[in-house]
Design a binder for this molecule. Structure first.
Ligand SMILES: CC(C)(COP(=O)(O)OP(=O)(O)OC[C@H]1O[C@@H](n2cnc3c(N)ncnc32)[C@H](O)[C@@H]1OP(=O)(O)O)[C@@H](O)C(=O)NCCC(=O)NCCS
Length: 138
């Protein structure tokens, strides 16, 4: 990953996911091995990304698709890829958090076999987040 790609990914996540604190280019670059992304072949512009975050378990984070490339199956494909990579790395559980009002994302994760676990309120943003788990055994 180049610095320019890291910057594009940080910009995409910050524009689409509204995380606080914002994701920085430096953070993306430092954790570059954890990112999957898609770019336009000719221009190199990145339009979709996801981070496979390794904690003591695996977290699918920062899933973002540019408005220009929405509703074309990019997130569904990236999520499939994310599940395959996590499995390859020996993960048994992949989790994610989704804002409670984000019905598109909730439906997407459920359709990929994630199960609702619980919800909590992020004290910084005030957002209610739903937690989903996918069992990768078998
Ligand atoms: C949520 C998001 C990642 C989906 O990306 P995407 O590439 O458009 O999704 P896909 O094309 O793979 O579609 C996945 C499902 O969502 C549906 N969908 C996608 N965009 C939609 C829209 N604008 N309105 C209604 N349904 C939509 C698709 O029809 C598909 O459902 P189906 O499998 O039942 O047909 C994207 O909208 C996004 O980046 N949103 C802002 C950031 C965000 O919410 N990230 C998720 C954090 S958990």
């Amino acid at each position: 990953m180049t610095c320019k790609q890291a910057e594009q990914i940080a910009n995409l996540i910050n524009a689409r996911n509204g995380l606080l604190p914002h994701v920085t280019t430096e953070d993306v670059f430092k954790n570059q091995t954890e990112y999957l992304f898609r770019s336009i072949e000719i221009t190199g512009e990145i339009y979709a990304c996801v981070r496979i975050k390794k904690l003591s378990w695996y977290l699918a984070a920062h899933l973002a698709v540019a408005k220009t490339h929405q509703n074309q199956g990019n997130a569904a494909d990236l999520l499939e890829q994310c599940i395959a990579v996590a499995k390859d790395q020996g993960a048994r559980l992949l989790s994610c958090t989704v804002k409670a009002e984000n019905s598109i994302s909730k439906r997407l994760f459920l359709s990929k076999g994630f199960m609702y676990v619980n919800s909590f309120v992020n004290e910084i943003t005030g957002n209610r987040l739903n937690v989903y788990h996918k069992d990768l055994n078998g």
